[in-house]
Design a protein around this ligand. Structure first.
Ligand SMILES: [Zn+2]
Ligand SMILES: [Zn+2]
Length: 312
């Protein structure tokens, strides 16, 4: 980012240096202070090292001066994927195939979050099919070593904020992601209330693709994000960082707001086939741009700890 570089150059001048793309030099003698090693350059300028993702002139220089930069989450910290689909709804692969693919990427668990009936194009599952799916998950878990499939759903948030499954069913599911897939054009206060009502449900753990944007296609729904953040915190509901390349929802600016307000975030690939689980790295990149530490991300927990942390 240009402003970041301008500010670095200003700091260099104050210290009697000159900073250019060739390195850091003494202004008077032209002698080199530090060369191509960025870490050395930041150090000589009296700053902690600023990772490339944070070089946006949004407070990172002050944070680096006062040693308050976050230690950013890394891909290796992520233990599971909390949003994906199987053949039970509109995915291309079986639960087992999804699990094997995730395991190959080094993950320890996935939540298979298939759609609810309202989403017809998503082949949403009836309540009785959800129960059948739970039996299949048990079978897959018996077969796989060092890996766990968590039961899950991506339940539709209906127009009035109620959910597309009964509480008595949701109660039986490990990971409940609730998402808006219909009536996108509601007035701001109504849409905000709708999502908050879903968060108030005791069995909802995560709000999926929270702003609903589709890149180059549609803006997010009109919501009061401050209120969403407040409700997420009050209800212990996580906001999702959806990794689908066309969504990338939340935007890093919103991720950072969530982090500042101590709202938990959850990374979900929303994979509809086994090869898309690799997009987990895109979610980590977004999280880093949003100043996330490991502790801000639910999926950095082991499955057991995760299930405890999301309880309401
Ligand atoms: Zn969705
Ligand atoms: Zn989904």
């Amino acid at each position: 980012n240009k402003m970041h570089n301008i500010k670095l150059r200003q700091i260099a001048i104050k210290k009697g240096f000159k900073l250019s793309e060739y390195g850091l030099f003494y202004k008077k003698t032209g002698k080199q202070v530090a060369g191509s090693d960025e870490k050395q350059i930041y150090k000589k300028l009296g700053l902690d090292y600023i990772p490339p993702e944070l070089r946006e002139d949004t407070g990172e220089i002050q944070a680096a001066q006062s040693h308050k930069l976050p230690k950013l989450v890394e891909l290796k910290d992520i233990k599971g994927d909390l949003h994906c689909h199987s053949k039970w709804s509109d995915g291309d692969n079986t639960i087992e195939e999804m699990a094997v693919a995730a395991k190959k990427l080094g993950l320890k668990y996935i939540a298979v979050t298939d759609h609810s009936p309202k989403l017809k194009i998503g082949h949403g599952l009836s309540e009785s099919d959800v129960i059948k799916k739970l039996t299949e998950i048990k079978k897959v878990n018996k077969k796989l070593k060092n890996f766990r499939v968590l039961s899950g759903t991506e339940v539709d948030i209906l127009k009035d904020g109620s959910l597309d499954y009964s509480d008595s069913l949701l109660k039986k599911i490990d990971i409940v992601v609730a998402s808006v897939h219909s009536s996108f054009k509601m007035p701001r206060n109504k849409m905000t209330e709708r999502i908050i009502k879903a968060m108030e449900n005791k069995y909802v753990h995560i709000i999926g693709h929270p702003t609903g944007r589709i890149l180059k296609e549609r803006n997010g729904y009109d919501i009061d994000f401050e209120k969403i953040i407040e409700a997420a915190k009050d209800t212990n509901t996580a906001l999702e960082i959806n990794c689908t390349p066309t969504r990338m929802d939340l935007d890093p600016a919103y991720i950072r707001k969530a982090v500042e307000n101590k709202v938990k975030l959850s990374i979900g690939t929303d994979a509809h086939n086994a090869s898309e689980i690799r997009f987990i790295s895109l979610g980590v990149a977004m999280a880093r741009k949003g100043w996330c530490r490991k502790g801000d991300i639910l999926n950095s927990l082991d499955a057991e700890k995760l299930l405890k942390a999301i309880k309401k």
